[in-house]
Design a protein around this ligand. Structure first.
Ligand code: SAM
Length: 283
């Protein structure tokens, strides 16, 4: 079955009474070039396992199944289960799990399904939970080779920005702490059914073996990062003071102790400077 042929896909979906849910981020790829390219670029090979998030009608799943030893794909919408039973009928190496990815113990899933195999994550993410999913995948420190995901273009800019540069935000710092991030290729809105309002980008996150800076207390570091970036385009003092419940004088003194100007803005801070600032704030 050609899952990039709109007529075929619509026929299967309507046979199962399926209608697209905007709130679940259901925009399915119908451009025949996108999924093979994504599956190739994620680097999965014959001995490997893949976790997919949100198979939809299975258009990316079948490409992953052709290349991997095994695919476990996690779909929240139970209405898609009978659809997937039909579209993935020929794929013996695919298991569909009906669950919310954010409530799934992925480390346990890897142990159960992929013991001894290199594991990849490859997905066209539901955009309403892009950052929570990316952070969940990275913070769980899963033993995965890489995470190759399609996200909205604006999210790709933020996730792949360099720390200390204009597009960076709290999520940029967090991603960079756990992984290196790169953009692979752009995908126009016309590649989906129904077409979303914005263009997309496929990105690859490769988990680091060691963090780029030594941090004594990650929880404190990330609360400083979140607070510093909470009032975008303003000086970091305000966000740090309200986010950490510290007086502005105390924050100003910590900035000075870390060798930073009081007027500094969060998006100009390097990872190293944020680490030093955390030390100074909690000394
Ligand atoms: N992989 C398909 C494709 O590329 O055409 C569909 C991608 S669509 C952008 C996102 C998919 O994620 C939908 O099938 C949606 O039902 C599913 N989804 C939404 N929220 C989810 C969640 N919390 N956990 C797992 N799947 C979810």
């Amino acid at each position: 079955m050609d899952l990039t042929d709109i007529t075929t896909v619509k026929r299967v979906l309507s046979r199962h009474g399926f209608t697209f849910s905007k709130s679940l981020g259901q925009n399915f790829i119908t451009d025949p070039t996108v999924c093979p390219k994504m599956a190739d670029l994620c680097g999965v090979s014959a001995g490997a396992g893949v976790i997919e998030i949100g198979p939809g009608c299975g258009v990316l799943t079948v490409e992953l199944a052709k290349r991997a030893a095994k695919v476990v794909t996690i779909e929240l919408d139970a209405r898609l289960l009978p659809v997937l039973a039909e579209t993935l009928d020929g794929c013996r190496n695919v298991e569909v799990v009906n669950a919310d990815v954010l409530k799934t113990d992925l480390a346990a899933l890897i142990e159960e399904h992929f013991a001894g195999m290199p594991v990849y994550v490859c997905a066209n993410l539901p955009y309403y939970i892009t950052s929570p999913v990316v952070m969940y995948l990275l913070q769980s420190r899963l033993p995965v080779e890489n995470i190759t995901v399609m996200v909205q273009k604006e999210a790709a800019d933020r996730l792949c920005a360099k720390v200390g540069e204009r597009d960076s935000g709290a999520v940029t710092v967090a991603v960079n702490y756990y992984a290196t991030a790169e953009k692979l290729f752009g995908v126009g809105k016309g590649s989906f059914t129904p077409a979303p309002k914005v263009d997309s980008e496929v990105i690859r996150l490769t988990p680091r073996r060691e963090p780029p800076v030594a941090i004594a207390d990650e929880k404190r570091f990330f609360s400083v990062v979140r607070s510093a970036f909470s009032q975008r385009r303003k000086t970091a003092v305000n966000g740090l003071s309200s986010g950490l419940s510290l007086s502005k004088d105390r924050v100003a003194a910590a900035l000075e102790a870390a060798g930073l100007p009081v007027s500094v803005r969060a998006e100009t801070l390097s990872m190293e400077q944020l680490a030093r600032l955390t030390d100074a704030l909690f000394e």
